[in-house]
Design a protein. Structure first.
Length: 93
C-alpha cells in the first residue's frame, strides 16, 4: 500500500481557517499559553518563537509584555501572514 504524504506547509495552509479554533479546543493549551507568559523573565525585551503558527501563545505574552520584540519562525508562509494580520501593531519579524 503506497500513500502519498501531504506536505506539512500544504497541510497547515489548508487548515488555516480552523487552526485557531482547533488548537484552542485542546483542553490544556489555553492554560499552557497563560503559563508561558507567567514564566517569562519579567525583564524580557525579545522572544524567539519557533513554530509560531498563528501566534496563539503570543496573545498572553503581549498582554504582559506589550513592547516585546518577537522573531517568529514557521514553515508555512500562510501562518506567518495570519500572525501579521492578527498583530499588525506589534514588533514582529
Amino acid at each position: 500500500m503506497s500513500e502519498k504524504l501531504e506536505r506539512m506547509d500544504e497541510f497547515f495552509t489548508a487548515r488555516l481557517g480552523i487552526y485557531d479554533e482547533h488548537m484552542l479546543g485542546i483542553e490544556e493549551l489555553p492554560e499552557a499559553y497563560e503559563l508561558m507568559a507567567q514564566l517569562m523573565n519579567p525583564d524580557a525585551v525579545s522572544l524567539l518563537d519557533l513554530g509560531c503558527g498563528t501566534g496563539l501563545e503570543l496573545e498572553k505574552i503581549f498582554q504582559r509584555f506589550p513592547l516585546i520584540q518577537v522573531t517568529a519562525i514557521d514553515m508555512t508562509l500562510t501562518m506567518l501572514g495570519e500572525l501579521s494580520r492578527k498583530y499588525p501593531d506589534r514588533k514582529i519579524n
